[in-house]
Design a protein around this ligand. Structure first.
Ligand SMILES: *[C@@H]1O[C@H](CO)[C@@H](O)[C@H](O)[C@H]1NC(C)=O
Ligand SMILES: *[C@@H]1O[C@H](CO)[C@@H](O)[C@H](O)[C@H]1NC(C)=O
Ligand SMILES: *[C@@H]1O[C@H](CO)[C@@H](O)[C@H](O)[C@H]1NC(C)=O
Ligand SMILES: *[C@@H]1O[C@H](CO)[C@@H](O)[C@H](O)[C@H]1NC(C)=O
Ligand SMILES: [Zn+2]
Length: 741
């Protein structure tokens, strides 16, 4: 360590190893925190110290272990099984600590450097070209590496249009086409004409021409159905380059390539260099001032992105004028001036932080397209996609993901398949049939869908009325795959989970939109990010004590209606309602929530955690006459000014689900539900949520959590199967039918 620190300022390799060790140490700490190896509030004294200050590494007497390994990775999954390997040559530099502290925070430090070979950069494609020629593989290029999908790692090329870089993309495409078989292609009836596989309009690249042409595949009876679909950010700057009624005829007569914004030109250059002649760009292929066309094309979004031969993601392009093929910065790379082999060393991210690690970070997370609502389904839908990020390009298909610097991993199924995997898990928060151990582990119905919605609602969108349309292609594809019923951004089999959305931060106000977007019970009806707290509550506070299926539904689905506004049945809405049969209790008063966690009234146990976004406590009265019970429950109003309506007795709580929180001698009731307001026509409207324990008066004005004693009964299932003795609902509230608009 001492030698390395001394040498790092003047030696590039030592500097890179030191960087690798520092990142490795960060992972060691992060892992030990996750695994709860020590108290995060009272960590070992040198936990966060800089490497040079940690004695355990200085006093290590074993020195640094250097090792060169050859790591074989199987990347291509053939329909029949694995096919071939690729090899990565790694230099591992390991520094063993002399001591371990509590929590193993002094695990060995490991820097892994990939040994890469610099290929011949060759002649790069001209990005600023005014005419394009379609690339066709010649015998020579076939021999020059393009034919073999399994080569050793090559150096990242600074120019994304260099032959090295383009050959990587061509090789991915070739691997996918030749080894992934039907997994990565849509099946068609043989008799179907080719143009049926294409969007209504595409742009045609004509070799040697200075123009591209808007074509209608049906009218031109196109026979090559392979087209690229572009995923891009339109951006704020400048007038977008579009097709409208008045420009439609001239677009068909040809559009000067030189007049197009840079992002479009970049995508044309790439399509041509991959040998593809047709490209679909939404702003040019949809007539932007024709509502009918826009609706018809929106309704086809799923098939446009799903059927595309390749989706091209201009991930780094923050707007159409920016382009996405600028020369790139190549970091953490040490060139080795050794003979003329063009070898270099490149530091790999610490293990656990690589894209190919199953829980590794998404390398596109910080790219501009990931902040746009419209781009979410464009990432989820494709069979095959090529993304251009800030530093390198990435491949994603149903069977493989790979990055330009050489990391590649087999992929089990696409985004879409994984999204559908939690759909229709038997039983949900709504019902409790027997669930298989697998289902218990996978959690609730549609957990991945709602996690995606949390992500979606934090993205930016120009028109709020697009909230459902920008997701419609995905909703359509998921419906086709699962046969569940889509209800205004939620799924019938996971409806209860979906109704329980709330703000993500204390103090955040969820405004409604001026134009109608969705019924008040849908997350789409409000502006701003939302979360679905049922899952978080379970994961953080109950999973050690209760099973997901211990949630008990208090509400039953009766019926619903959503009125679509246009041709797209998954798109814009103009009305809708949902009828439930559920306990409905009037709100007697609303007060600010007390800061301290309420005491537990008649049971002992550890202090339960509360919702982090609740800020009011609602007094509710259940029962009639002498049986009236006073109770309180915590929650929050989506728009706090609506608390005023409680004055005239129009607010009620609808309970949707309950889950026990098991203590030593019994349990306390956690309930989730909605705060609704009665309208003049007898229907209700959502104005907030409840998420908390049933509270009662302890002494005087103080509220405490009501506990229920565990009382095993004759004929109860044994502990294993029903750890909570949750046989009955202690409140036994009657249900009534209510309709929420
Ligand atoms: C690209 O072309 C534009 C005109 O279309 C020209 O103004 C610009 O200088 C060119 N850039 C390069 C790098 O050649
Ligand atoms: C990525 O975007 C940034 C900001 O627009 C730009 O400066 C950079 O050159 C872009 N990189 C590439 C590879 O296009
Ligand atoms: C949303 O999901 C994308 C894709 O997985 C990810 O890169 C991005 O960081 C997420 N954004 C948020 C706000 O969670
Ligand atoms: C619940 O409904 C039953 C039958 O309709 C009725 O007898 C009872 O009083 C109701 N209980 C409460 C608490 O409202
Ligand atoms: Zn594939």
């Amino acid at each position: 360590m001492e030698a390395l620190l001394g040498s790092a300022p003047s030696c590039a390799i030592c500097a890179v190893v030191l960087k690798g060790w520092t990142e490795s140490r960060e992972m060691v700490i992060a892992n030990s925190l996750v695994e709860g190896m020590f108290d995060a509030d009272d960590p070992p004294p040198d936990l966060y110290a800089a490497l040079p200050d940690i004695a355990a590494y200085w006093t290590a007497r074993r020195g640094v272990k250097l090792e060169v390994t050859r790591k074989a990775k199987s990347v291509a999954i053939h329909d029949g099984g694995d096919q071939g390997d690729r090899h990565t040559v790694l230099l591992r530099a390991e520094c063993q600590a002399s001591a371990r502290s509590s929590g193993d925070a002094h695990d060995p430090l490991l820097a892994e450097l990939r040994i890469v070979m610099r290929g011949d950069e060759g002649v790069a494609m001209d990005r600023n070209t005014s005419s394009l020629s379609i690339w066709r593989p010649s015998e020579k290029t076939k021999q020059a590496g393009v034919s073999s999908p399994y080569v050793s790692d090559t150096l990242l090329s600074a120019n994304p249009l260099s032959q090295i870089s383009l050959n990587v993309a061509r090789r991915w495409l070739k691997t996918c086409l030749e080894t992934h078989g039907s997994a990565c292609s849509v099946a068609y009836a043989a008799a179907e004409p080719m143009w049926r596989r294409m969007p209504t309009r595409v742009l045609e690249i004509v070799s040697g021409s200075t123009k591209i042409y808007l074509r209608e595949p049906q009218e031109h009876k196109l026979t090559d159905p392979r087209y690229v679909a572009l995923s891009h950010c339109w951006g704020q700057d400048g007038t977008p380059f579009t097709t409208t009624h008045s420009t439609l005829a001239s677009r068909k007569e040809g559009i000067e390539i030189a007049a197009l914004p840079q992002t479009f030109r970049d995508s044309l250059v790439l399509s041509a260099s991959l040998g593809l002649q047709y490209i679909w760009i939404d702003s040019l292929c949809i007539i932007q001032d024709d509502i009918g066309d826009w609706e018809a094309q929106s309704a086809q979004m799923a098939s446009i992105y799903r059927n595309a031969y390749l989706v091209l993601g201009a991930a780094n392009g923050s707007s159409d004028t920016m382009g996405f093929l600028d020369p790139r910065e190549i970091q953490e790379l040490v060139r080795l001036p050794w003979r003329n082999y063009g070898l270099a060393l490149q530091l790999l991210p610490a293990e656990g932080r690589r894209w190919t690690d199953s829980a590794g970070p998404d390398p596109l997370a910080r790219e501009p397209t990931n902040a746009r609502a419209w781009c979410l389904q464009e990432r989820q839908l494709p069979m095959r996609a090529l993304y251009y990020g800030t530093r390198q390009m990435f491949w994603e298909c149903e069977r493989m993901r790979a990055s330009e610097d050489g990391d590649a991993a087999a992929q089990e199924g696409s985004h879409l398949e994984r999204l559908c995997a939690t759909g229709n898990i038997a039983g949900s928060v709504f019902s409790r049939p027997q669930r298989s151990p697998y289902e218990e582990k996978r959690g609730a119905n549609w957990v991945d869908w709602y996690a995606m919605i949390e992500n979606y609602t934090s993205r930016s969108i120009t028109k709020h009325t697009d909230r459902l349309p920008a997701l419609s292609g995905l909703a359509q594809a998921v419906t086709a795959a699962t046969r569940d019923v889509y209800i205004a951004g939620m799924w019938k089999a996971g409806l209860l989970e979906g109704l329980l959305w709330c703000r993500t931060q204390l103090g955040q106000i969820l405004c409604t939109t001026a134009d109608y977007v969705a019924p008040s019970w849908s997350w789409a009806s409000v502006i701003g990010p939302v979360q679905f707290p049922v899952y978080g509550w379970y994961m953080n506070r109950a999973q050690w004590k209760a099973k997901m299926s211990d949630f008990e539904a208090l509400a039953e689905y009766v019926s619903h209606l959503t009125e679509q506004k246009d041709l797209d049945e998954f798109g814009q809405l103009k009305g809708g309602y949902l009828t439930l049969k559920a306990p409905l209790v009037p709100v007697a008063s609303i007060k600010p929530r007390q800061i301290e966690t309420p005491l537990i009234q008649n049971l002992f146990g550890q202090e339960p955690l509360r919702s982090v976004v609740g800020d009011v406590v609602l007094e509710i009265q259940a029962g009639e006459g002498a049986l009236t019970q006073d109770m309180w429950i915590e929650g929050g109003l989506d728009r706090p000014e609506e608390g005023d309506v409680s004055e005239n007795g129009r607010l009620s709580v609808v309970f949707l689900t309950r889950l026990p929180y098991v203590l030593e001698d019994g349990w306390i009731e956690h309930r989730f539900g909605l705060i609704v307001q009665k309208l003049d026509d007898g229907q209700y409207r959502r104005v907030g949520f409840v998420d908390g324990f049933i509270l009662g008066r302890v002494e005087g004005e103080t509220l405490g959590i009501v506990g229920y004693l565990r009382e095993p009964k004759e004929g109860d299932l044994d502990e294993e199967e029903r750890p909570n003795n949750l046989a009955r609902d202690p409140l036994g509230l009657n249900k009534s039918e209510i309709t929420i608009g």
